[in-house]
Design a protein around this ligand. Sequence first.
Ligand code: PEP
Ligand code: MG
Length: 765
Amino acid sequence: MPSLARLQRIVQDVNTAASLEEMLRMISSQVQDVMAVDVCSIYLMDSGQEELVLMHTLGLDVASVGHIRMPLGDGLVGFVGEQQQLLNVEDAPRHPKFHFFPEAQEQDIHAFLGVPVIHYRKLVGVLVVQQREVRRFDDEDEAFLVTIAAHLSGALNDAIGSGKVAELLKTSKKTNNFVNGIVGATGVGIGWVVAAGSSLSFKDVEDLCSLDPVAELALFDQAVEKVREQLVQGQQQMAGTPGDVQAIFDAYRMILDSDDLQRAIRDRIKAGSIAPAALKVVIDEHAAIFEAMEDLYFRARGEDIRDIGLRLLRLLVEPDAVEVSYDRPTILVGNVVGVSDIAQVPHGQLAGIVCKQGSALSHTAILASALGIPAVMGVGELPLRKLIGKSAIIDGYQGRVHFQPSTALRAEFIRLARQDSEFDKSLEKLRDLPAETLDGFRVNMLVNTGLLSDISPGLQRGAEGVGLYRTEIPFMVHESFPTEEEQFRVYREVLRQFHPRPVTMRTLDIGGDKPLPYFPVQEDNPYLGWRGIRFTLDHPEIFLGQIRAMLRANEGLNNLKIMLPMVSSVDEVDSFFELLRKAMKALNNEGLKIEKPPVGIMVEVPATMFLLDYMGWRLDFVSIGTNDLTQYLLAVDRNNQSVASLFSRLHPSVVRALHYITEQSYKNGLEVSLCGELAADPAAVLLLLGMGVKSFSMNAHSLPRIKHVVRSVSRLQAEGLVANALRMQSETEIRLMLNKALENAGLEEHLARSGKISNKAESAK
Ligand code: PEP
Ligand code: MG
C-alpha cells in the first residue's frame, strides 16, 4: 500500500501542473508506477456530448486518445460512469458490458479496475487501471484508486468547467489525415506503421582505432551470425514465393559468407580499426570493383554488397536497438519497401504496404498483389518518424492511406472489409458455373499473372486460362537476363499447371515504368521510348531465347498462345514472325516437335487501332490493353499521381475506341479479349459485354465478382447501354447510367469496386 506521503505528493504535483495535459500525464504515470499496472487511463466527461472520452493513457495505443468514446452505460467504463460505482473485474473480455476497441490494442489485457471520479455528486470521469494477467485487484488497490480519484476530482472538475477538456479534445481530435497515392494492390488493410529499411549510412562512420581488436572481432562475428539468421528467416517467411524471389536470398547469403570479404574485414580489425570502420572500407572497395564492371549483372552485385554491409553496420552500431516487433498487424512504410523488408514480417501480420516512391507495376506492387496484401505506391514525402507506431488504414481500392484514423472511420473500414470478404465467400459457389449472360452469351474468364505464386489463386477461383502472362515479371525478379533454360522451366510450369486451359504469354514488355534492375535505360520519355517489342526486336539474341523457351515449354502441351506488346506497325509483327520461323526451324532440327502457337497482339498503342484491317490474315487474336491504351489516348501518365484524376477509364473517347477496336477485330476475323484493369471494373464489363468482347482477363481476386456480373445481365440489355454510352459526352454521365444498370440488376454490392467502399467509409469521418 503506498504511503500517505506518496499520496499527498501525487496530489501536490498534480495541482502544480501547468496544463490539463500535463496533469493527466502526471496522474497516469504516478498511478501506474505506484500500482505497478500495465495500463492506466483517464476518461473525462465530454459534457457537450454526454459521454466519456479517453483523454490520456499509458499502456493503450495513444492514437486512440480523443477517439474512444463511451456513452454512459456503454462498455465497462460507461457502466462505471452510469452506476457511479467501482468495478473490479478479473477477466474484462468476459464481462457482459465489455466493449472491444481494436484501436486501443487491449486484446491481451484482462484485469480491470475502474473508479468513478465524482465531484459534488457530479460525474467528472472514470479512472481505470488494467493488467495483462487474469486477476482480481485487491482491497488495497481499490482503496488507493478510490482515494486518488476523490482527491483529484476537484482539479479535474475545474478543468472541465473552464473548457480545458474541450480545448484539449480539439487539439487531439484527429482530422482524418490521409495521403493519396497509386493503387499498388487492392484491398483494405488496417494496422500500425513500421518503417521499412534504416536511415543509417556509412557516411556516419568515423575511422577510429580500437583499443581491443579481440572484442571488435567478436562483435563483427556476432553481427555476421545475426545477419545470416535474418536471411534464413526472411527466406522462410517467403516460402511459397517463386524460386526467383528465393534466389535473392541465396545471392545475399553467398555475399555474406564470401571468404574474401570476411578476411579483408578481419585483417583490418586485427590491424587496429574499429569494426564499423573496417567494414566501411572493405565494403566500399568490394562494391566499387563490381560497380566498375562492364557487365550489368556484376554491376548490380555492387548494390547487394552495400546492402549487406548496411545490415552488418546496423548491428555493429546499434547492437541494442530494439528489434522491430511485428506483434500486431503491420503496415510497412518506406521510400521503397523491398522484397527483404516484406519477408521480415511474420506470415499473417503484414496488413499493408505504403511506398513513397514506386509505381503500380513496381516489384513491390507486383509482389503485394500476388500475396494479397493491399499496397499504395507513390504517396510522396511523409513525416515517417512521426508516424512510426501510429495506426493506419490502407484503402487499396482508392490508393489512399489514412493515418491515425478516427474510431468511426476505422470501424467503418473494419465493417466494410468484413463485408467484402463475406461477399467474396458467397460467390465461391459460382466457381464451376459458366460465365454466361442471362440470354446465353458465353464469355471466358481468364486470369492475369506473372508470378508462379499467382497460379493457384487463379485456378481456385475458376480461371479458364491465362489471358495475360507478364513474362517481364520473372525477368524483373531476377538478377540478370534469365537464360533460355531458366525461362523454359518457369514457362513449362505455368503451361503445365493450367493445361489444358490456354495460357497467353506476352513477350517481354520492359521499359516504361518496368525497368530491369540489371539493364538501366536512361530516357526522357520512357513511356514513348524503348518499350516492349521495340526493345526485343532490337535484341534478337534475347528475343530468340525467349521465343525458344516458350516453344520448348509448349512441346506436347499445346496450350500456349503468344502475344506481342506495344505493337504500333505491321512491320513489327512481320519481324516477329521471321524470328518465330527461325526458332521453330532450329528447334525442329534439334529433334523437338514444335507446333506453331496462335499469335496475337496487344492493342494498346492507339495507332494499332487503325491497322486492324492488315492484322486479320497475320494474326489469330487481339487483346485490348486498356491501361496503356487509356494513357496514350488521353496523354495521361498512368502512374503519375498529379494527373491521376485525368486517367478516366471510361472517358467517352476510350469507350468509342473500344467499340471501334471490337468492331474492326471481328470484321477481320480476330478474336477479342481485354486484359487491362478495366476487365475488373463491373460497370465497364456491362459495356464490354454489349460490344461483344468474349474474353476477360483480370487479377484472380476479381474473377468471381465479374462472373457474377456477367451472369446477372443480358447481352441485349448491354448492347442498349453501349448505344447510349456512344452518345454521351462525359465519363460521369456514362458511369451514372452504368451504375443504375448495376443497381437494377441487383448488383449494388459491385458498386464497391468502383470506389463506393471508400466513399461510404469516408462519410464516416
Ligand atoms: C495494359 O496496358 O493494359 C496491359 C494489360 O499491359 P501492362 O499493364 O502490363 O502494360
Ligand atoms: Mg500495356
